[in-house]
Design a binder for this molecule. Sequence first.
Ligand code: G3P
Ligand code: MG
Length: 251
Amino acid sequence: MWPYPKVLAHRGGGKLAPENTLAALACGLSYGFHAVEFDVMLARDGVPVVMHDPFLGRTVPGSGNVYDYDAAELVAMDAGSWFAPRFRDEKVPLYTQFVDSCREHNIWMNVEIKPAPGFEVATGRAVATLTRAMFGLQIAADDPLQLPLFSSFSFEALEAAALAAPDIPRALLVDEPPRDWVRQAAALGAVAIHANHKRLTPQFAREARDAGLGLFCYTVNDPVRAREILDWGVDAFCTDRIDLIGPDFVR
Ligand code: G3P
Ligand code: MG
C-alpha cells in the first residue's frame, strides 16, 4: 500500500536549512535523506516554483503575492537570508530545477501542490502537465519509486492533476479530515491519505488501511510520537527534525 520511503525530510531539509531551497535538499542529503516533501505553486506566468507561502515576506523579502511576479523575477529573489546570513545566495527554485536536483541525487519526491486561493485548477494542471513531460520514461517503466507522489489540500487541484497526468499517483492531504474523506480519496483515485499526526487516531489509521490507502503523516518531530503512530499502522511521515529522526528510523 505504501511502496515509498518511510521518513521524508519536510520542505527539503526540515528546520536545519531554509525551507524549499536547493540548500535544504543538500542539507537533507547530508543527513542521509533520499526522500523529501516540498511545496509548489504558480508564478504569474504560470510557471511552477518551489515555495510554501502564497505571499512574500516570511521566507523571501518583499511584499505581495507569489502570483504577482513572473518566475524569472522569483528565481532572482533571496530565499535564504531569513534563515541565516550564510544562505543569502539561495534563490527561489523553479519546480523543474528542484526536480532535476532530486533526480540527480536519487531523491524520491512528495510534491505538495499548494495553489494560491483561486488557482486550484490551474496549479494542479500546470504541475501535473510539466511533471508528465519530465517523467515520460519513468511512467512507462511502471515503477512507483521512479515517480513523484502528488499531494494537496485542494481536491480541485488533485482532480485537475489526475486529468492532466493520470499516471502520476496522488494522495489526498487533510488537516481535520472531512467526513467523506474515503469517498474523496476514491474519487481522485488516490493511493494514500496524508494526515496531520496531531489529529490522527488509531481508528483513523484502521479506516485508512481498510480503504486500501497508504497512510502518511505530517509533520512529526518527536521520536516518541513517531514510534506511537508507526505502532498505529502509519506507513510513513515527514519530519522537520532530520537531526533527531533519521531516514532509517524504526519503531
Ligand atoms: O505535505 C505535508 C505538509 O507539508 C503540509 O503542510 O503547511 O507544511 O505544507 P505544510
Ligand atoms: Mg508542505
